[in-house]
Design a protein around this ligand. Structure first.
Ligand SMILES: NC(=O)c1ccc[n+]([C@@H]2O[C@H](COP(=O)([O-])OP(=O)(O)OC[C@H]3O[C@@H](n4cnc5c(N)ncnc54)[C@H](OP(=O)(O)O)[C@@H]3O)[C@@H](O)[C@H]2O)c1
Length: 316
């Protein structure tokens, strides 16, 4: 996902390991600030590395201390314990396995966190994020819940998004510092929003991966290299995103006029995909699910509507 974004701007798509041309800007010494990163797994280490690269004074702590070594060699300050990590900076970023680990690490130092800003970039559910925001508020801690929409190599590239929720004011205050990780996207006051979007966006990614892999297996059965098919497929995704933008308007309006292509037409078209894949011995469970959803809409009398109507099948 991130390497695709980065490689789009590079001529040498197959072997490129160049720095992204959209790398976030570094700060001058006047704007350098103290920032703490707790959790130095693959993602936490990338976050700390981006702060260091930007010129911030970065304090780090990890349960397994050795994971801080490379960052310390690059200029990070190693905190001996969590309390030392928390008190080193006004802005404290945490990125560990899950919310249970966040609480396990931070509950003993809640008093030290009072008056500071905690940015939680750990993945969790909207419910967990809201509970964490409540816990932070009870302890007088400023709280931003976030979701990193890339893998570690994409951190520090402003083409990639970091979603934030729960504190538009806090985000505005710390936007410059956080922007070195990726483009900050403000999702508003509800602390659960970043996790909600994250869950939905990951679902979208897996669905796209599934459709692309099915199609790549289909075309590959006739000898088309994945690279060749994917070059065309990624252009098609831009058209698909244009369809989605129009269908979003229909969904918000609750009306699905089949002005461009009807479900009836697409029910016929998917038959060709199923046939071609079947003839090549490709597993068809994924398009069969799409066919099932289309047929349900047709049975309910909506064959003349647009594909956006299918959302009603997901809403139980
Ligand atoms: N990797 C990605 O592409 C990616 C993308 C977006 C979001 N994220 C999210 O970022 C978070 C971290 O992922 P990662 O890829 O960095 O995972 P990781 O490499 O497995 O690192 C996990 C981190 O959590 C720490 N940890 C786990 N349980 C702990 C506990 N009970 N107390 C203290 N520390 C604990 C680990 O410490 P030790 O080193 O001591 O084990 C390590 O620092 C996850 O929530 C993940 O969903 C990851």
């Amino acid at each position: 996902m991130p390497s695709t974004v980065r490689q789009e701007s590079c001529d040498s798509r197959r072997s490129c390991h160049c720095r992204p041309d959209s790398a976030a800007a570094s700060v001058d010494s006047m704007n350098a600030q103290n920032i703490t990163v707790i959790g130095l797994g693959q993602m936490g280490a990338a976050l700390a590395d981006a702060f260091l690269t930007a010129g911030h004074r970065t304090t780090v702590w990890n349960r397994t201390p050795g994971k801080a070594d490379a960052l310390v060699e690059r200029g990070a300050v190693r905190a001996d314990d969590v309390a030392g990590a928390v008190t080193a900076s006004e802005l404290v970023v945490v990125c560990v396995l899950d919310y249970a680990a966040v609480r396990e690490v931070l509950a003993p130092v809640a008093d030290s966190l009072r008056g500071r800003v905690l940015v939680n970039l750990t993945t969790g559910s909207p419910e967990q994020a809201r509970a964490e925001a409540e816990w932070a508020a009870e302890h007088g801690i400023g709280y931003l819940d976030g979701a990193v929409m890339t893998t570690p190599p994409g951190v520090g590239d402003s083409a990639n998004m970091i979603l934030y929720a729960g504190g538009p004011g806090l985000l505005a205050e710390h936007r410059a510092a956080l922007a070195v990780l990726g483009d900050p996207v403000d999702l508003g006051e509800d602390a659960g929003s970043a996790s909600l979007y994250d869950a939905g966006l990951l679902g979208l990614m897996w669905s796209v991966f599934g459709g692309w892999l099915h199609a790549t297996a289909l075309t590959g059965a006739d000898g088309v290299p994945a690279r060749d098919f994917t070059a065309v497929a990624t252009r098609w995704l831009k058209t698909v995103s244009w369809f989605m933008t129009g269908y979003a308007e229909q969904i918000d309006a609750g009306e699905y006029p089949g002005e461009d292509a009807t479900i009836d037409v697409q029910t016929a078209a998917i038959g060709h995909l199923l046939h071609a894949a079947e003839a090549r011995g490709i597993d068809n469970r994924l398009p069969e699910l799409h066919l099932e959803l289309m047929r349900a809409a047709v049975r309910a009398g909506h064959g003349g509507d647009s594909y956006a109507r299918i959302i009603e099948s997901f809403r139980k």
